[in-house]
Design a protein around this ligand. Structure first.
Ligand code: UTP
Length: 301
């Protein structure tokens, strides 16, 4: 079995984004620009580079601009061609080629697990990727971690392969945290997950390995999502479904991202600003101007 059997991805993008209000009052957080592109476009380009071309986006109320952005736009392309604007045409490459975009709506934000469960009919009995719409992977080749995770998932016949990153001990309460026992975390080596907990109270986290927005699943995840119950806030948590898999002795692995691939979460203002600044500085076209500007500001600090 080769990793090329994985051709489908679900992008949950239906969350309320309350931490980014008022920016997200009428605008999806997944569409906030990071440099010259909306955050979600980076996620889609990462999937395309990993040869995943059937992409289901789970959207919701106030998220219509997502469908507009990922819809082909022949009049715009014709206008850019007539104007001979090759650079802008290249920026629209994500609409070309073999990718098919599908959309479904999560009418109420009933949790990440619920959003993923809406992809069951789309995925059917295949393996799939889940990539959160508000998290980007940056680096020379942003698709490299996902490609390696898919390869390992297939080789190990896994039920789940979950990207993780090391976070400071005092921040573990913000994340889903995996327990890999005594295993020394090494990037690029799948670690058997013994347990997983969502947002553990301070001081109780089993490790500093936090779930990092990219997952590869076998179809058994949809059975797990049917078996679990909503949490105290009425939300179905993906973490609980993964925990169910572990309890059922299904092979679940964590995959530590290597340090050259940085993950950016655009879910709160601090991390959003950080992502925007880093991407603006690295921009091939405008980065030198931003660097010049920041240097000029540095004199004022
Ligand atoms: P978050 O955990 O950041 O939640 O979602 P949120 O609701 O979007 O944001 P806050 O907490 O109100 O600020 C992580 C990812 O899961 C999606 C979000 O769109 C985001 O991409 N999600 C979350 C859903 O699709 N549905 C949900 O019910 C919850």
């Amino acid at each position: 079995m080769s990793s090329s059997i994985i051709s489908k991805a679900i992008i949950p993008a239906a969350g309320l984004g309350t931490r980014l209000l008022p920016a997200t009052k009428a605008h999806p957080k997944e569409m906030l620009p990071i440099g010259r592109k909306p955050a979600l476009q980076y996620v889609v380009e990462e999937l395309q580079a990993a040869k995943i071309h059937d992409i289901l986006m789970v959207t919701g109320r106030r998220k219509r601009s997502i469908e507009d952005h990922f819809d082909a736009d022949p009049p715009l392309v014709t206008a850019l061609k007539q104007a001979g604007n090759e650079a802008l045409l290249q920026d629209l490459d994500f609409l070309e080629g073999r990718s098919h975009f599908f959309f479904t709506r999560q009418s109420e934000p009933k949790g990440l697990g619920h959003a993923v469960s809406l992809g069951a009919g789309f995925v059917e009995d295949q393996h799939c990727v889940v990539a959160l719409g508000d998290s980007l992977i940056a680096g020379e080749n942003p698709a490299a971690p996902l490609l390696a995770m898919m390869q390992a998932h297939v080789e190990l016949n896994a039920a789940a392969m979950i990207a993780v990153e090391i976070v400071p001990a005092e921040e573990t309460f913000r994340y889903g945290i995996v327990d890999v026992g005594d295993r020394q975390p090494t990037p690029g080596e799948p670690m058997v997950v013994q347990d997983i907990v969502e947002k553990p109270p301070a001081g109780t986290a089993p490790s500093r390995l936090a779930v990092a927005a990219r997952y590869v699943f076998s179809p058994v995840i949809f059975e797990a999502l049917e078996r679990i119950v909503p949490d105290g806030r009425g939300e179905l948590q993906l973490t609980d479904a993964i925990r169910w898999l572990v309890r059922m002795e299904q092979p679940v692995y964590a995959w530590l991202l290597d340090p050259v691939h940085k993950r950016y979460d655009v879910g709160n203002f601090e991390s959003y600003y950080r992502a925007f600044i880093d991407f603006a500085l690295a921009d091939e076209r405008y980065g030198y101007l931003v660097r010049k500007y920041i240097k000029s500001l540095a004199y004022e600090f």
